[in-house]
Design a protein around this ligand. Structure first.
Ligand code: AMP
Ligand code: GLY
Length: 427
């Protein structure tokens, strides 16, 4: 029997494990570390995702046939290189290629060198020079810590005072540790954001349907940024014509550039885009699938996901056809009040059984645990309630009807997920 290992513990990984569990290959599935939802579909192991050697040892000893990496951290630590050294098959970019997410300076230089559309920028290694620069420039500006900062290292500043505080926090107080040794200061781009993902084996790339995330904690995109409070797919703002241009002007030169740099990229490449009219520019790259975007996207996948994920390390993506359900899907993230700041854990979650009975609705677990026979909250983002519908409106209604069946002490969710798509669909 084929053995598959998924690494990670969020809604993205639950969606991956769920989709893999539907494969006609009937694989035996393992997950490191997993969560309470994932545990109903696979055998979970309590290793840390950063324990690259420990995970590789586990995969080797258990004879895992294919490993799929969810989060960025093990990728930037070189988990793919470690697996390949042991002759193990793994889907994801190697350490050098994962720099595209791990270093914003590397990503910006790549874009400049290969003429990939993005915001104008400067890089600084000294706080004084960065400050001089913002004093001379206009506002607003976007100030970014170079390295991984769990989505918190980006500051949009409207005044000199805000810019000064951002630079001090990143470079002097070292709020993000070594991730803040350099900053990227860039032009503020107007527009609406979309997430554009492709499967790629380094030669062939296949786009996934477009999607849109909702990063801010409150309705109307207000409040601090989170990992993502909801998503839908497709994003009507990415028209067929725009998709063609994104493939041609962004994805192809990025993959070609990576190859020329000796960092051939295999895995899933995620381009976070700012769209203005019919023009797309790159805000950032991620070396992995998005979360929550993966949840609505995989609800729409009608192809055996293992045939795709195996073809990536095998360099056989040209033999793969993907089919996607035309029906849109919407994911509403349920979090615990306090997130993205401090929040309590261990609250019992009620109502999951009722939603399980519904057709075309999946509750993907993010921060959950199984304690004394009960499913309890164990993170800021707790669940991703994801529904397919005949229209976006239908999918939104179905997702929210399901959300309302689920409760715990302090449950919180945005009420406006998908509203932007509705505005476009009916305009
Ligand atoms: P990043 O991690 O680089 O994607 O930045 C996080 C978020 O900051 C993005 O999703 C955007 O909402 C915002 N952002 C980043 N760069 C820019 C930019 N140049 N102009 C406007 N907004 C930006
Ligand atoms: N949803 C944004 C991300 O996965 O980075």
């Amino acid at each position: 029997m084929m053995k598959v290992l998924v690494i990670g513990s969020g809604g993205r990984e639950h969606a991956l494990v769920w989709k893999i569990s539907q494969s006609p290959k009937r694989p035996e599935i393992f997950c490191i570390p997993g969560n309470a939802g994932i545990a109903s579909l696979s055998e979970c192991r309590p290793l840390k995702v950063t324990d690259v050697k420990g995970i590789a040892r586990f995969a080797f000893d258990r004879g895992i046939d294919l490993t799929v990496v969810g989060p960025e951290l093990p990728l930037t630590l070189g988990i793919v290189d470690e697996f390949e050294r042991l002759g193990l098959k793994i889907c994801g970019p190697g350490k050098a290629a994962a720099e595209i997410e791990g270093s914003k300076v590397f990503a910006k230089e790549l874009m400049k060198k290969y003429a990939i559309p993005t915001a104008e920028y400067e890089v600084f290694t000294s706080a004084d020079k960065a400050l001089d620069y913002v004093k001379r420039g206009g506002m607003p500006l976007v100030i970014k810590a170079e390295g991984l900062a769990a989505g918190k290292g980006v500051f949009i500043t409207h005044t000199l005072d805000e810019a000064q505080r951002a630079i001090t926090s990143i470079m002097v107080e070292k709020a993000f540790g070594p991730a803040g040794e350099r900053v990227v200061i860039e032009e503020y781009l107007q527009g609406e954001e979309a997430s554009f993902l492709v499967f790629t084996d380094g030669k062939t790339s296949i786009p996934l349907p477009s999607s849109q995330d909702h990063k801010a904690i409150f309705d109307g995109d207000r409040g601090p940024n989170t990992g993502g409070m909801g998503a839908y797919s497709p994003a009507p703002l990415v028209t067929e014509e725009l998709e063609r241009r994104i493939m041609e002007e962004i994805i192809s030169p990025t993959l070609l550039g990576m190859e020329k740099e000796g960092r051939t990229y295999r895995g899933i490449l995620y381009a976070g885009l700012m769209i203005e009219g019919n023009r797309a520019r790159v805000l950032e790259y991620n070396a992995r699938m998005g979360d929550p975007e993966t949840q609505p996207i995989l609800m729409r996948l009608d192809t055996d996901i293992l045939s795709i994920l195996e073809a990536i390390p095998d360099g056989q993506l040209h033999t793969v056809q993907t089919r996607w359900n035309k029906r849109p899907s919407v994911c509403v993230v349920m979090s615990t009040k306090g997130y993205p700041g401090d929040y309590p854990k261990g609250m019992e979650i009620r109502g999951l059984e009722r939603v399980k009975a519904l057709k075309d609705v999946m509750v993907f677990h993010a921060g959950t645990a199984f304690t004394n026979g009960k499913i309890v909250t164990d993170g800021g983002r707790v669940l991703g309630v994801t529904a397919l519908g005949e229209t976006i409106k239908h999918a939104i209604d179905r997702a929210y009807q399901s959300v309302e069946m689920i409760t715990w002490d302090g449950a919180f969710y945005r009420k406006d997920i998908g509203r932007k798509a509705l505005a476009r669909e009916y305009s």
